[in-house]
Design a protein around this ligand. Structure first.
Ligand code: SAH
Length: 394
């Protein structure tokens, strides 16, 4: 294992277990280092701070351990086992729930790795070249930790998260199983067809599970508008909650097909549901006032990096302003931001500005976040990304 030496005083964040080493903190890089290799990080005084994956770019090392230990199959087995045990304790592995996030990067002490579980299929996504290189060890660890009945396939999906180049070839493929695949997964007793082969991210937004359940509890007798519906998660919960009407909107026709399919899987041809393939801003602008009394706004991350924050805040303000202006009296608005670069306070301020434009009476009923299977490593506050507000509009 090669060693990277930090500049004087640059060890402080690592002593507080923050898992990233920025390239500017490095005094000496051994030559040649291969992207993705496991390296030891040492302070200027010569103390070993831990080991991590080396990568090109501003985050030069993603720390895997704050001890001097081997990163081998046994290491991955221990980490994955700890994460699986946590999901058992969280009560997420049940006959009526087999969709959950097993590994949430830094939150599960495995920076660069995401694993979502859908009805016995693990969808593995590498966000660092190091995790890509270690994928066979990860597959081996998964098979050792998870009982066979609960793990029938492992699909590796990193084509969209890693660049193809001479050394790295992150082809999407089954690394285990692949012949007996069940694409219907269960979340809180509801069925969802999950298309990890072609869908966004790992195929489904598991992170809204608890927030969908809260929406269900407000749905009875309401006219629901689910904007940015993707595979229709909120719509299906609203229908089960007894909504009078549910309208789903997404700009992607593929997403609308998946939404319709998920409604059908649970309720057959349900005349309460209608779907529109349309731009959300246009839809909100053109819809009449007072039709919907429960609205969901769950857009994609408007700020993908810090430079985009101001524009993103304007986007959130505009979107929320149209919804608050048009929601029926006594209406409830679920509004979200999944931009990691935007803080809870910034998002709340954008929604406040939107409310002020409408001049209506607005109260905050709930402040929402990501669920427990997307844990935030206390030493890595950057891991908190999902923010939501539930508003009551008089
Ligand atoms: N609420 C969803 C996840 C939303 S992901 C769930 O619970 O699963 C964001 C979605 O917004 C994507 O499906 C994307 O196709 C859609 N989208 C992006 N830009 C849009 C726009 N301008 N108008 C409507 N939909 C848009």
């Amino acid at each position: 294992m090669q060693t990277i030496v930090l500049k004087p005083k640059k060890e402080d964040s690592l002593l507080r277990f923050h898992p990233w080493v920025f390239s500017g903190a490095i005094a000496h890089n051994p030559d040649p280092l291969t992207e993705g290799e496991v390296i030891r990080v040492v302070s200027a005084k010569g103390d070993v701070l831990g080991v991590g994956h080396y990568q090109l770019g501003s985050i030069a090392v993603r720390m895997l351990s704050f001890r001097d230990e081997a990163i081998d199959a046994e290491f991955y087995r221990r980490r994955i086992s700890a994460a699986y045990t946590m999901r058992i304790h969280l009560g997420l592995i049940r006959p009526d729930n087999n969709s959950f996030r097993l590994i949430h990067g830094e939150g599960d002490n495995l920076p660069g790795l995401i694993i979502d579980m859908y009805a016995g299929t693990a969808v593995v996504q590498a966000h660092s070249v190091g995790m890509h290189r270690d994928r066979e060890m990860i597959v081996d660890a998964l098979r050792r930790v998870i009982p066979e009945d609960n793990l029938r396939n492992i699909f590796y999906k990193s084509e969209t998260t890693l660049p193809f180049n001479g050394d790295v070839d992150p082809e999407n493929e089954y690394l285990y199983g692949g012949t007996d695949v069940d694409y219907v997964s269960v979340e809180n007793g509801l069925n969802f067809h999950i298309d990890w082969l072609r869908g966004q991210k790992t195929g489904f937004f598991v992170d809204q599970r608890e927030n969908r359940r809260l929406l269900e509890s407000y749905s009875f007798g309401r006219n629901v508008l689910n904007m940015f519906c993707y595979t229709g998660g909120f719509s299906v919960y609203a229908l089960r909650g007894g909504a009078s009407k549910v309208v789903s909107v997404d700009s992607s026709s593929k997403a609308m097909m998946l939404t319709d399919e998920n409604v059908r899987l649970n309720f057959g041809e349900d005349p309460r549901h209608e779907s529109f393939t349309e731009d959300a801003f246009k839809f909100l602008k053109e819809m009449p006032d007072g039709v919907y009394d429960l609205i969901v706004l769950d857009p994609p991350a408007f700020a993908k990096h810090r430079g985009a924050i101001n524009n993103a805040l304007q986007g959130y303000k505009k979107l929320n302003a149209s919804a608050i202006e048009k929601i029926a009296s006594g209406g409830i608005l679920f509004t979200f931001s999944c931009s990691q670069a935007i803080s809870r306070e910034q998002f709340r301020l954008a929604v406040f500005s939107a409310a002020a434009l409408s001049r209506r009476k607005v109260s905050i009923l709930h402040q929402l976040t990501q669920p427990a299977d997307h844990p935030i490593n206390i030493y890595h506050p950057e891991g908190e990304y999902l923010k939501g507000l539930v508003l009551y509009v008089e």
